[in-house]
Design a protein around this ligand. Sequence first.
Ligand code: NAD
Ligand code: GLY
Length: 364
Amino acid sequence: MINNMKQLTVDLGGRSYPIYIGTQLLTQVNLLTQHIKSKQVLVVTNTTIAPLYLQSFLENLSTYQLESIILPDGEQYKTLAYVENIFTHLLTAKFNRNATLIALGGGVIGDMGGFAAACYQRGINFIQVPTTLLAQVDSSVGGKTGVNHILGKNMIGAFYQPQAVIADISVLKTLDDRQLAAGIAEIIKYGLIRDYEFFEWLEVNIELLVQKDEQSLAFAIERSCLNKAAVVAEDEHESGIRAILNLGHTFGHAIETGVGYGKYLHGEAVAIGTCLAADLSRRLGYLNDADVARIIAIFKRVNLPVLSPKNLTVNRYIELMLVDKKNIEGIIRLIVLEKIGKAMLPISVEMSILEQTLNDYQGR
Ligand code: NAD
Ligand code: GLY
């Protein structure tokens, strides 16, 4: 049981917002209502989260003109078509531009809800209530919203910051082990890209996260959000340093698109991608063999995959990696590690070296 709620700030001048982290936060109604601007509130969630949390969530908001929309659950539904359903709901309820949209769910609901809030009447009030570990440490913070396209992951979207992020650790009790591990993949990322001390803490304590020890989860969520908030405050629209948050993601997105959305969890694809990025960093002379072994070992301890899907050929991988937002003029640019705890800005990598990495990490 954590007694103290932590409050962090994403510092973006006039658009700064708080991240609240703690247990039983969903029962603290004022935390949420202080960020609601008018009577009209739409809660966006999905078919898995609704039976667990929606009813009590709505009861807390009974004084509002309240609507909810329950979307199908899955990465494969993170599409424009389902965002259009949100627009239809908002229009049918005659919601105006002072309305508030609350995303109650994991990264899929947060990304779609945020994108709908960014577009509806050119922008309405938006609150993130992340319910997966991945969403609490990453996707709910920083304002990246959007949907997938059949030809590329997260290719349609907008930067749109929420008014607040409410990360209630208590809801993680119902999250299954595979989803929890996917969130831990993004936590490991922060240690690798800019926080060596945190990486060392994870090497000692990672099993406590797997066991859902609340103190450890609270610490890891706070530390992850501190890292993310610092990067976002420095480079909100990813013209520079924010790209390091994408360590392993170019490989990961290629896996997600290549094998079909939903087959690999986002965090699983990121785990594989990070091992590939580590191997590439070694080939380029930054990391040594022991560093790469340390990185692979920590992912394995949480049962995350470290090898690419068998059926994703090197040619197909490269074709998919060519559709990435970091690329410039058709050249693949990747994040590599200068050392554990320090990522470099995107660099272009010789195709032959990239192919060696892709070949060596092919699942058998
Ligand atoms: P997700 O949203 O699909 O949630 C994972 C699963 O857990 C779903 O089945 C969901 O219904 C279920 N779930 C959610 N909360 C639960 C709870 N408390 N108890 C039980 N089950 C629960 O996946 P995710 O891992 O949260 O997010 C992945 C998505 O986030 C991807 O689409 C990825 O692209 C995106 N993402 C976005 C950013 C960003 O900056 N915007 C960053 C990282 C990832
Ligand atoms: N998840 C990467 C970013 O927010 O920039």
